[in-house]
Design a binder for this molecule. Structure first.
Ligand SMILES: C[S@@+](CC[C@H](N)C(=O)[O-])C[C@H]1O[C@@H](n2cnc3c(N)ncnc32)[C@H](O)[C@@H]1O
Length: 408
């Protein structure tokens, strides 16, 4: 599915375990990480990579390596991105809680024997993949400060490349002449990455076309028809890759016990807080594909009456619904160590993908209403989760303020 290391590798598929392990191994070897640290990567730390700093920066949060940061090379970035979007997303789809697991096996268990995996992989892949050798030269570094960093800031270049040459389903990749003309002298990795992104978009588009309304696994014939209709000549996903890319929809969360647990433990899966910078600040993005109707997370805070909510000091973190208000201005007493997701959800009037819904649930300490957000349609990995706040300028103190974001 993705073209990595200069030749196509099938992801996901029968070699899923091997592929996943390859990603992990590449990282471990390059950065000499203790495997415990890797297993304890936090999902949102990983996602900080998208904030546009130099390349992809990962921060470790485990007790042994807390505060340890390193930067990925472009190849590692691609490997990890593919692992994250396809392999991990598929493996963790049915988990109710990710529990901070980052590298997981096909059963979504944290990886434990990474080096043994690596040995098998080297035998399996390296003879077939010229130039894919993982750099195992012992590092001269003695600590986090001297870990290797890539020579060029591809993260930044990639952001700019995308602005100049946006990826769409039908566009042709930019030619070398165009790339060089636009100032991208080291254009090859950017070009390859551009094609990978388009391939992924095309795969998921064809899947959506071929699946039909029942969202059942499409037949090869249906995929072939959908591909023929598009008439793409290059960078076309194979029929088999599209079919393999299908993931069974999850059961709708009718079980209130599951919902109560997710709320009580704040164990929402497939979410990450991302800092968009500027006035927008933080927001929440999907790290797993979500299906229409999924409960994404709750709005967690102190439940008070509307009247009390209005009396409280002006805060952007109050959510009013029906006769109630949830105040999430500060961290809640029940999860003082967690930044809960709901309070970071940004607004969109024109393209919301979440809608709020009230449930009246009976918790161990008694009944109470909760406010959760449901996916309005299927959501892709990396998509920002947005809801229509349903507010006007006057709700935010009215004229004089720059509230252009309310119209987005
Ligand atoms: C509940 S907070 C959302 C999280 C917030 N972005 C943060 O970093 O804490 C609501 C505030 O986020 C900002 N915001 C929400 N949606 C936005 C958007 N689409 N564009 C820019 N800013 C937005 C506004 O400042 C708003 O008052």
């Amino acid at each position: 599915m993705a073209h990595l290391l200069g030749r196509p590798m099938r992801v996901p598929g029968s070699d899923l375990t091997a592929y996943r392990s390859y990603c992990v191994a590449a990282l471990l070897i390059r950065h000499k990480l203790p495997k415990e640290a890797v297993v304890e990567f936090q999902v949102h730390d990983w996602l900080q990579r998208t904030t546009g700093t130099d390349g992809t920066t990962i921060r470790l949060t485990s007790s042994k390596a807390a505060g340890h940061t390193f930067t990925l090379s472009q190849q590692e970035d691609e490997l990890l991105e593919c692992y994250f979007c396809h392999v991990r997303a598929e493996a963790t789809k049915r988990l109710t809680s990710e529990q901070g697991r980052f590298f997981v096996d096909c059963g979504a268990n944290p990886l434990t024997n990474l080096y043994a995996d690596l040995q098998r992989l080297r035998k399996k892949y390296l003879p077939q993949v010229p130039g894919a050798a993982v750099d195992e030269t012992p590092s001269t570094s003695t600590g986090p400060a001297s870990l290797p960093t890539p020579p060029v800031s591809l993260g930044k270049q990639w952001d700019r490349f995308l602005e100049v040459f946006p990826v769409s389903l039908h566009s042709a990749p930019p030619s070398k002449r165009l790339c060089v003309g636009a100032g991208f002298t080291a254009h090859r990795p950017l070009y390859r990455k551009w094609r990978n992104v388009q391939l992924l978009e095309r795969t998921s588009y064809i899947l959506s076309q071929a699946m039909g309304r029942q969202a059942t696994q499409p037949t090869e014939e249906a995929v072939r028809r959908a591909l023929t209709k598009e008439g793409w000549v290059n960078n076309t996903p194979s029929v088999q890759d599209v079919v393999r890319g299908w993931v069974a929809p999850r059961d709708p969360p009718t079980c209130s016990r599951g919902l109560i647990r997710s709320i009580s433990e704040q164990s929402w899966r497939g979410l990450a807080v991302r800092d968009f910078g500027g006035e927008k600040g933080k927001g929440v993005v999907a790290t797993c594909p979500m299906d229409k109707g999924d409960v994404v997370c709750d709005y967690h805070g102190t439940l008070i009456s509307q009247a009390e909510g209005r009396r409280r000091e002006d805060s952007i973190y109050r959510f009013f619904f029906q006769e109630l208000c949830i105040d999430a201005s500060s961290r809640c007493d029940c999860h003082p160590e967690v930044d809960t997701y709901g309070r970071f959800l940004n607004h969109s009037r024109k393209r919301p993908n979440l809608k709020p819904k009230r449930f009246d649930l009976t918790f161990p300490d008694g009944p109470r209403p909760v406010l959760v957000f449901l996916a309005m349609h299927n959501i892709k990995v990396g998509e920002e989760l947005l809801l229509d706040y349903g507010v006007t300028r006057t709700s935010f103190g009215g004229e004089g303020k720059d509230l252009a974001w309310l119209d987005m």
